[in-house]
Design a protein around this ligand. Sequence first.
Ligand code: HEC
Length: 202
Amino acid sequence: MRLLLPCLFALAAGACASEPPPPDSEGPAQTSGRAADAPGLPGHAPERFGFGTDASPERVARWDIDIKPDGEGLPPGSGSVADGRRVYEVSCLQCHGLTGTEGPNDRLVSAGKWEQWPPGRAFGMYWPYATTLFDYTRRAMPQTTPGTLSDDDVYAVVAYVLHLNGLVEADAVLDASSLAAIEMPARARFVPDDRTGGPVVR
Ligand code: HEC
């Protein structure tokens, strides 16, 4: 019984009909791309598992949207603070408040200084790179409908949130190069962590 029970469970998963052959028991000559050639899979694994499709360059491009701190990856387009206010009032205000401080969700505008935790460490006084606001907003916001804003709308709402934080003027228009050129106040507060582990880590 002690042996039978695990076998019954395995049978339900279709894996216990007979002793599986050990890895590579079918010999070394196998066609390339065969699932069984993948590391960790047994030799009797099938040619293909029959799900998924090849990742076309177009499909990969839709996932490949990360933006580096220096702005690499920012798309073409631009947006003004004035347009951003309209985007904000339609798509962000209900969760982040009229001035970015009232909630009910996270503050987008820092109060006072970095030292005032937590309100000082909202986006404006805390995030080291303005480009991250573009990446985050485009991939994650509005929280219930992410991905619905155009690139121009994202530039605009990013400009507006920067303006609410006092970091760009009311007439600012941002694009890839002007957004990447913004020096955030907290930039110098982040230092590389060069600790190596063990007793040196405090
Ligand atoms: C339905 C509610 C909702 C809407 C609408 C919404 N957000 Fe958010 N937002 C959230 C929540 C909840 C979080 C916290 C998410 C988390 O911590 O994982 C958040 C977090 C953020 C953050 C990160 C704050 C931080 O310091 O960590 C930013 C920036 C942001 N939102 C910008 C926006 C912008 C810009 C819009 C409009 C385009 C928007 N959000 C619309 C709910 C919303």
